[in-house]
Structures are given as C-alpha cells and as structure tokens.
Design a protein around this ligand. Structure first.
Ligand code: TLP
Length: 348
C-alpha cells in the first residue's frame, strides 16, 4: 500500500511503540482525587519546564485555553486577541459561551500585535464599556505560518499590561517549537504571562493532552473549571505517561521538523503557480497561496490526496502544510514531487 504523507497538521502523529510501552506501564490512580501519580509527575515536570508554580493536565488545547480564560475573566469582560488567533477562530465560540467574555480582535502582522495596538484597544474607565481584562497572544502563531513572536514585543506588551492592570495569557500550543528554534528557554518567554498553555499532542507527538501553567491559586481555579467543563478524568496517567515520554524524547527533535519545513518551503517556492516567501518559514508550519489562473486550493488539495499527499486548504487561496515527527525529509521530497506534478496540470 502506498504511504500517505500527511501534512495536514502536527496533530496527526501516532504514538510510537516506545511511547505506547510507557503508556501501558504507567502507574495510575483516580485523578479526580488527585491520586494519579503519573499525572502528578507530568504536572510537576511542566510547571518546572515553564518556570511556573503549578500546572494542570487537560484533554485538549481548546480545553486548556478555555479553562484558563474562564479563570482569568468575569462575564462581560473584554479580551484582546489577534484576529487570526486560535482562540478567536477555532474554539467554537467558547470564549463567549463558556466565559461570557467579549473578544476584541485586532489585526496583526502574521499574528503579531504591537504594544501600541494593544494600548490603543484598552477601554477607558467608563461604565459604557466592557472593561479590558486580558490580552491573549499565540506563540508560535498558527495562522501566522508558525511565526515566532518577537520577545521584545512581548516585553513591551507586558509593560502596557502592567500599566493598565491587564492579565496576559499565552496560547503556547507550539511554544516549544519557538523555544527550540530561538534557543530562548521556555521560562524566558513564560515569565511575561499570568497563564500559559502548551500542547503535548502536536509536535511533541503525544496522542492526547495539553497543559495549563501559572500560579498556584490560578491553577486551582482552572482545576474547578476543568471539572465544570466535564474535563475531570480518572486514570489519566495512561495519557500523562505519553506526555512525559514526549517531553523527555521529542523536544529537541522539533529542530528536524523545522528543517523539513524549510526544505518544503524552498521546494514549493520554486513551483510555478505557488506563492510563498520561504524566509518567512521559521518553524514547522508552511502557509502558501495558489496563484490566480490555477485550480482552487481545495481542488489542488483533492488532487494531492489522489497522489497520497495530504495538505489542507485554509481560507482561499491559501494552503497549510505542517511537518511533524511522522514525516521524514524523504517524505517532504516525495510530497514536493507530487506537488510539482499536480501544479503542472493545474493551470486553468
Ligand atoms: N490547532 C489545530 C486546528 O484546530 C486548527 C491545528 O491543526 O493546528 N492553539 C493553537 C495555536 C492551535 O493551533 C490549536 C490546534 C489549539 C490551540 C487547540 O488544540 P486542540 O486541537 O488540542 O484543542
């Protein structure tokens, strides 16, 4: 059978035999009682990794973001986000439904907002307005094409946040990609945030799970909302064991995904009909556009699929390819070959 090269997302990875072994052998207990030793170990590891007092294991990145948002805000508050952010676009309206907050989406550059923009969005203290409570940033930025948030800008945003009494949340679903690529340690990023999430089930290769990290009292609140949102779980150590395995074995290798993404980007940029600036590819996400006069991105995605290459169309005319631990350099070269063939036949 032909091997499928799946570049739809870094969420598609399957646990390796070694990871499955760690899962099978995990010591477990009832996590609702706080008695799962493997979950507890994972939570301690992540708190330390991120330089925070405490951390909590959640079922998904969405649950991590939404429980954190709930714990940081009150209904009727306003939350500043970037208009292409995951929280604003891809969490099923969770911020409105679960936290009752109003999102203020600002247009950034590849997902990056400036401190001036954020300052300009802060509501004056007047009871006509929803009080601005929280700023959410995303690093790396998914729809920004895996863009690493400039640390200097985060520093300036924190200064504004402190001046106006705002909290800061980091959707760091792919923070460790930024850490590996920038060689800036995780705590140097997270120190500017009251609340941070990371995902174990993306580039790190765990089958399930994300983490929220922050101060002890904040994590206690998140714990309550995780239960309220139906996320209290029992012998979750089976899943936590995969997370521990991922943190021990799969962080440094993210550099390979970044090298493969660059290889893919360089190859794609040379194909007639594809618009892409390879120098913009910083981590494991490659976003490119299909030139006018060619088939639509959806049609191209369908044709790639017939050639056993999966790349999702996003908002037309753009497509997104993501590298991860289940695609090798050879797979990326193979995907480029199929893309060249498809594009050669794609002119309208
Ligand atoms: N992103 C998924 C899709 O939902 C778009 C993907 O394939 O990239 N924050 C960021 C920045 C994310 O990219 C994602 C997932 C999440 C949060 C949510 O994580 P999950 O899927 O575990 O709820």
């Amino acid at each position: 059978m032909e091997k499928v090269i799946d570049l739809r997302s870094d969420t598609v990875t399957r646990p390796s035999p070694e990871m499955r072994k760690a899962m099978a052998e995990a010591e477990v207990g009832d996590d609702v009682y706080g008695e799962d030793p493997t979950v507890n170990r994972l939570q301690e590891m992540v708190a330390e990794l991120l330089g925070k007092e405490a951390a909590i294991f959640t079922a998904s990145g969405t649950m991590a973001n939404e429980t954190a948002l709930r714990a940081l805000t009150h209904p009727g508050d306003e939350v500043v986000v970037e208009h292409t952010s995951h929280i604003y676009n891809y969490e099923s309206g969770g911020a409105a439904a679960l936290s009752g907050v109003q999102l203020a989406p600002l247009q950034g550059q590849r997902g990056v907002l400036t401190a001036e923009q954020i300052k300009g969005a802060i509501r004056p203290p007047d009871h006509h307005y929803a009080p601005t409570r929280l700023v959410c940033l995303e690093n790396t930025h998914n729809r920004g094409g895996g863009k690493i948030y400039p640390l200097g800008e985060i520093v300036r945003i924190r200064e504004i946040a402190d001046r106006y009494g705002l909290m800061m949340h980091l959707d760091g679903a792919r923070l460790l990609n930024a850490v590996v690529e920038s060689e800036i340690p995780a705590p140097d990023w997270t120190q500017f945030f009251d609340s941070v999430i990371i995902c174990l089930s993306k580039g790190l290769g765990a089958p399930v799970g994300s983490m929220v990290a922050g101060g002890v009292d904040f994590i206690e609140e998140v714990h309550r909302y995780r239960k309220m949102f139906g996320g209290g779980w029992r012998q979750a150590g089976i899943l936590a064991a995969a997370g521990i395995y991922a943190l021990k074995n799969n962080i440094e290798r993210l550099a390979e995904d970044h090298a493969n993404a660059r290889l893919l980007a360089d190859g794609l940029a040379d194909i007639p009909g594809i618009i892409l600036s390879p120098e913009e590819v910083e981590t494991n996400i490659v976003i490119f556009a299909i030139q006018e006069g060619y088939l639509s991105s959806r049609q191209i995605s369908d044709r790639l699929k017939a050639g056993y290459v999966l790349i999702n169309p996003i908002e037309p005319p753009r497509m997104r390819a993501v590298t991860h631990l289940d695609v090798s350099r050879e797979d990326c070269l193979g995907a480029l070959k199929v893309m060249r063939e498809v594009m050669a036949e794609a002119k309208r």
